[in-house]
Each structure stands twice: as C-alpha cells, then as structure tokens.
Write a protein that binds this ligand. Structure first.
Ligand code: IPE
Ligand code: IPE
Ligand code: MG
Length: 259
C-alpha cells in the first residue's frame, strides 16, 4: 500500500526530519532558557469535534512530554505560558476548567517532578487565583524549592504589562521612601523586580498554533530573544519539535545590535 511520505502525513507545521533533530543539537551550546506560549488547544479540539476542554487536557499531556524532554537534555530554565491576565475574558466554565486542570497537573506530576529534581517557580499574580489552585501551586514551589535540576517556571495569571507596572510601583515606593535615587534605577535593578528575578532572559521563545504575536508575554525579558513560530497546535507538539526549534535556534546569529 502507498505509504505517504512523512512530510505529507504531517498535520501542521514544517515537515519533520526523519534523521532526528535530537542528534543535531549541539549540547555544548544549548539555550539556557526556553519560553513557550502553549497555544492551539481549542482549535485542536474543534478540529476533532471535541469540547475545548478536551484540547486543554491534551495540552497537559504535551506539557508533560516537553518538561521531560527539557530535563533530559539538560535545559536550565523552561517557562510556560499557562494562563494570561487576558484569559479571564473567556467563559467562566472554561476558566474554571483551566484552574482545576492546574491543580490536577500539580497533584499528578509533583512527585515525579520532585524526584527528577525539577524546581517549580511561578510567574504572575497568584493571589487572584481560586484558593485550591493557589495552595497547590504554593505547595509545589515549597516542596521543590531546593531542587537543582530544570527550573519549570509556570506563567499563570501573567501579563507582561502588569509585571512591568508592578515593578514600576515598587520603584516609586522606594524612591518616595528615599531608599532609592532615580539615578540608581538601571536595567539590572529593574530586572530584579520582575517575576524572573535571578533567571537569565529567554534565549528562545516558541509559539505554536500559527499565531505570530506575543499576547503580552515577557515583554521586558524577550528584548533579544530568538523566536520560533510554527502552525502546529500545542497538543500535536512533540519533543521532536522542541529539538527542531533548538537546532534552528543554534543556526542563527545573535548580534545584539553589534556586527
Ligand atoms: C492555549 O490554547 C491555552 C490557553 C490560552 C489557556 P487556546 O485555548 O488559546 O487554544 P486556541 O488558541 O483557542 O486554539
Ligand atoms: C496566549 O494565548 C496565552 C496562553 C497561551 C496562556 P491566547 O490564546 O490567550 O492568545 P490570543 O488571544 O490568541 O492572543
Ligand atoms: Mg489561543
């Protein structure tokens, strides 16, 4: 029987290399920090005649795979955008489902993540989350606080603009209290007031689903990040895509404004 070539069978995005992207990664030059906008769950479900919630559940499976793959190759920091400050605009049932799914993710994965040395961090205003979501997340941070492996930074109720404003307010309070002079405010100081304090900026930002926008993600930190966009929907994203993005990242020339 005629077997379609792999690139024809591919559901979306760029054709995948049969040779395997993983072997092509230069492990000496891994990006330190990869940030992913996990997008396309709803469209993935729609295309199958399933409720959007089924897409979010499938997306959680992808997250498991990508966290696993990231730890395995020795990535230092993986940031994932799970819920934006704008996502509250969605129907309440979907918001509830997503909040519950985060609890489910932590409950289901915490033991394994901890065993693998993953350190969980959060980015966003978690005080506005429902009590059980907030508590599970705080517990996960506490339990994994001293782990030395992959830093898994989860962006929940996160918005780049609100993060910047939060830092601006802190700076203003310090200046008003005469603990800081305006001349002392520099990028280094400002960066320490962001959720990503102590983390290198993302080297690579990945957005699946075909959207070519940032949707309020890490506006300060991505000033010099490389971008990898693809039409693949998040539930269809697999470790090969991560490897491919890394290989393509390694082929780029980052100039930072220089020559
Ligand atoms: C990403 O998938 C998950 C969240 C934003 C929480 P979407 O739910 O945005 O899926 P699409 O973009 O509608 O396909
Ligand atoms: C960005 O995706 C937020 C997350 C992935 C959590 P959205 O689906 O909310 O972004 P827009 O609405 O298409 O810009
Ligand atoms: Mg979306």
């Amino acid at each position: 029987m005629f077997k379609k070539p792999r690139w024809l069978r591919w559901k979306g995005g760029k054709p995948q290399d049969e040779a395997g992207w993983k072997d092509r990664i230069d492990m000496e030059r891994l990006p330190q920090h990869i940030a992913i906008i996990m997008d396309g769950n709803g469209r993935w479900a729609n295309a199958r005649g399933l409720p959007r919630t089924a897409g979010h559940r499938a997306g959680m499976g992808t997250l498991h795979e990508i966290v696993d793959a990231s730890g395995e190759i020795g990535l230092k920091i993986l940031t994932v955008y799970a819920f934006s400050t704008e996502n509250w605009k969605r129907p309440p049932e979907e918001v509830d489902f997503l909040m519950h799914l985060m609890v489910e993710y932590i409950v289901k994965e915490l033991a394994e993540l901890h065993e693998k040395g993953v350190q969980i961090r959060l980015m966003g205003d978690i005080e506005d989350l429902p009590g059980d979501t907030r508590n599970e997340m705080k517990n996960a941070i506490e339990v994994t606080r001293n782990n030395q492996g992959l830093v898994l930074n989860i962006a929940v109720n996160y918005g780049g603009r609100s993060e910047i404003l939060r830092a601006v307010k802190q700076v203003c309070a310090e200046v008003r209290g005469s603990r800081l002079a305006p001349e002392e405010i520099d990028e280094e100081l400002f960066g320490r007031l962001l959720y990503t304090e102590g983390c290198a900026d993302p080297d690579l930002v990945i957005r699946p689903s075909g959207e070519m926008r940032l949707s309020n993600f890490m506006l300060w930190q991505i000033a010099y990040s490389e971008f990898w966009f693809d039409r693949i929907l998040w539930p269809d994203f697999h470790r090969e895509h991560l490897y491919q993005a890394i290989v393509e990242f390694q082929q780029r020339h980052r100039r930072y404004g220089g020559l």
